[in-house]
Design a protein around this ligand. Sequence first.
Ligand SMILES: NC(=O)c1ccc[n+]([C@@H]2O[C@H](COP(=O)([O-])OP(=O)(O)OC[C@H]3O[C@@H](n4cnc5c(N)ncnc54)[C@H](O)[C@@H]3O)[C@@H](O)[C@H]2O)c1
Length: 442
Amino acid sequence: MAGEAGRDIAPAKGKLGVMLVGLGAVSTTFIAGVENVRRGRGLPIGSLSQMGTIRLGKRTEKRSPKIKEFVPLADLQDLVFVAWDPIPDDAYTAAVKAGVLERHEHLEPIKDFLQGIKPLPAAFDQYYVKRLQGTNVKRGKTKRELAEQLREDIRSFRKSAGVSRVVIVWCASTEVFITPGPAHQSLATFEKAMEQNDPAIAPSMLYAYAALMESVPFANGAPNLTVDVPALQDLAEERKIPIGGKDFKTGQTMMKTVLAPAFKARMLGLAGWYSTNILGNRDGEVLDDPESFKTKEESKLGVLEYILQPDQYPELYGNVFHKVRINYYPPRGDNKEGWDNIDIFGWLGYPMQIKVDFLCRDSILAAPIVLDLALFFDLAQRARLSGIQEWLSFYFKSPQTAPGLYPEHDLFIQHTKLKNTLRWLMGEEQITHLGIEYYEKA
Ligand SMILES: NC(=O)c1ccc[n+]([C@@H]2O[C@H](COP(=O)([O-])OP(=O)(O)OC[C@H]3O[C@@H](n4cnc5c(N)ncnc54)[C@H](O)[C@@H]3O)[C@@H](O)[C@H]2O)c1
């Protein structure tokens, strides 16, 4: 444990390679966004690491540096990007197709830069993402061979890009629903399953395995099982590599993890929560397949159960009807509409309703999360934090936790946990918000 002196953190020297799995809407919005920010053409809005401050010490001390000045994070100028994708479009073409960023304002001025990012062949199998077809794919007799090719990609990127450190963020599609099974229990069974082309080993797991074998932190932005299995968690612990996931917490679920804690704090009951989404991007198309939707549904449904604790408050939350729907609706593109109908009840059981209609932009909300995860996972690695990084659960819909722990979903508890971890790393006092010392003077 770190004492008051904080943790010894290696400096963020040299370049940080950000390897993205998937070069679709989220990845291109992230890359193009960072490049626009670097050229002074926009602000990294939504990024806690870039825009956020952190209060240190007592309120009377008035010490609130920016997070990026308080902890030694990689500078945006030092980020270098590469991606894998089964679709061969370069980052410019992919960004134009995704239709998120305004072409003349944010893509044309950096066209050369984006065209320079061409996707590496992916470890891809349509069995796991039914609605996609890809031509830019790796060939190999076994899954193990594909994993070895991914390792080679990481090694050659390190060399060719001259980066001193690498992080991987999964920004690729949602795969079909997989539950943990015997193949995932130990490294030996996992490696054997790769060699036998066991269907329990999804492509996302090959990237995670390759990352860990190459000492690269791995963050999972989709709800896929991926690195949330004992075999890979043990490997991460053993090799002292940070991992985390799952599923970026962006629009509707972010709102849910703000509102539900408010109802619980005021001891208001909940009868039902009906969430619909209409979206028309490729993610929406992939999620239109029932097997991929099932993976997303599990991720989105979990949050209320953990926040509301129906076992402790049966009168308030013992009978909640919770439904989540995602409907593919092409006219909306990336501009999703997430609509929530919430039936709550108060004093003596009187019913009330709340409607939330979030006309959001999916990738605009996700891009700053990718940035923060890349920077914080790199920080974690340099601070020798390894295994599951629960302090980054702020960014995930279904946060990974140590075995036996339930996940903390409340956005503000997650926010406090993140900032307190940064204080702890730097040897600053934890902030408990007690504040009695302002009133009871010794
Ligand atoms: N945008 C958000 O708000 C948000 C929130 C939470 C999670 N996510 C998740 O992030 C992911 C990316 O979203 P998006 O909108 O960019 O989707 P997208 O469809 O635009 O991009 C995903 C890309 O991944 C590629 N891909 C699929 N399988 C691959 C593989 N095995 N290897 C390499 N590439 C592969 C696809 O070809 C595609 O180009 C999705 O899983 C989505 O569910 C997004």
